[in-house]
Design a protein around this ligand. Structure first.
Ligand SMILES: Cc1cc2nc3c(=O)[nH]c(=O)nc-3n(C[C@H](O)[C@H](O)[C@H](O)COP(=O)(O)O)c2cc1C
Length: 316
């Protein structure tokens, strides 16, 4: 079983990828999307999205990081994929799931799910532009308004030469509202021979088991669950292997938060406070202690003040 850390724009940056892959359990990561419009992007754009490119395309813990491209023009997507291969990206992922209006107005993401042949054309062009040993993966939703084209899309993704397919088990219309329709994946999965990865609403070991059973997929992608529960991947692996595992208590998670805050202060001081608070919006879902700490820091504007709260808060 492989667990993959989801791409999440504005959240799952290299600092968070570093932290979560050190905690462990992830077979790979995918960067936040890089938007491709009408030209080859300069190398610095790829290095910004994926600083790991300077380290062989892996996080410090050794987990490969695929770079995600989003765009609607097959030739320009191919150009950029080729550039990424030269920069040493271990794999290229193509985003056909992003529901954002600004993104869709500029032609990319889930809007393309209305036209399966365009999805397939982009994959074919990217596949042809990079060496056969470079994985080209696709990330889709079940559809745009509904899932009527889902099977066509999925079968065509494989025919176009994708190495793997990750499916967020919702349509664009569903947005991020629960539930995720894992069983929809299960209807099409038997017709595919490439590995299929199920994604959406996996917050616990029990969710993972249910997602696997309903989708027929062994491999899973974790997004918000991974942020709420930093050792969720280890919990799922242990459960799958039938081994005992005690999830990290808050007392172990808090030093990770402090480490994350320190890293951000060094790398992106302007964003440190908002990024730390953003992580708390996920952590408070899993840990009552994070909820009360969040209430104490949510109006603070200064990292030093927040750090003080971390040290002197009413927590063990
Ligand atoms: C804040 C946020 C940013 C996201 N950014 C991306 C992105 O850049 N590329 C992408 O393919 N999916 C993106 N997604 C979708 C996630 O990768 C994932 O498919 C979705 O959150 C469902 O999985 P989850 O329930 O495990 O979070 C984003 C989701 C969220 C909540």
């Amino acid at each position: 079983m492989r667990l993959i850390l989801a791409p999440m724009e504005g959240v799952m940056d290299h600092t968070m990828r570093d932290l979560l892959t050190r905690v462990g359990g992830y077979a790979r990561c995918v960067t936040e999307f890089v938007r491709v419009v009408d030209r080859q992007l300069p190398n610095r754009v790829f290095h910004r999205a994926c600083p790991e490119l300077s380290q062989g395309g892996k996080t410090p813990a050794g987990t490969p990081v695929y770079v995600q491209l989003l765009g609607g023009d097959p030739d320009v997507m191919a150009l950029n994929a080729h550039a990424l291969e030269r920069l040493g990206a271990p794999g290229i992922d193509i985003n056909f799931g992003c529901p954002s209006k600004t993104v869709n107005n500029s032609d990319g993401g889930s809007v393309l799910l209305r036209e399966p042949e365009r999805v397939h054309g982009i994959i074919r062009a990217v596949r042809a532009a990079v060496s056969p040993q470079i994985p080209v993966t696709a990330k889709i939703r079940l559809g745009f308004k509904d899932s009527s084209l889902f099977e066509d899309i999925a079968l065509g993704v494989e025919a176009a030469g994708a190495t793997e397919l990750c499916i967020h088990a919702r349509t664009k219309q569903h947005g991020y509202l629960p539930p995720a329709y894992w069983a929809e994946i299960g209807k099409v999965k038997p017709r595919l021979s490439i590995p299929v990865i199920a994604n959406g609403e996996i917050w616990s070991g029990t969710d993972a088991q249910q997602a696997q059973a309903e989708s027929g997929c062994v491999d899973l992608m974790l997004g918000r669950g991974a942020l709420s529960f930093p050792d969720l991947a280890r919990v799922i692996h242990a459960q799958y292997a039938g081994e005992a595992y005690t999830p990290m208590p808050w007392a172990t998670v808090l030093p990770l938060v402090q480490h994350y805050a320190a890293q951000l202060e060094a790398r992106a001081p302007k964003y440190a406070v908002s990024f730390v608070k953003q992580w708390f919006t996920y952590l408070r879902r899993q840990y009552p202690e994070a909820e009360s700490l969040f209430q104490q820091i949510k109006r603070m504007k200064d990292m030093a003040e927040i750090n003080k709260q971390f040290k002197h808060g009413s927590y063990p």
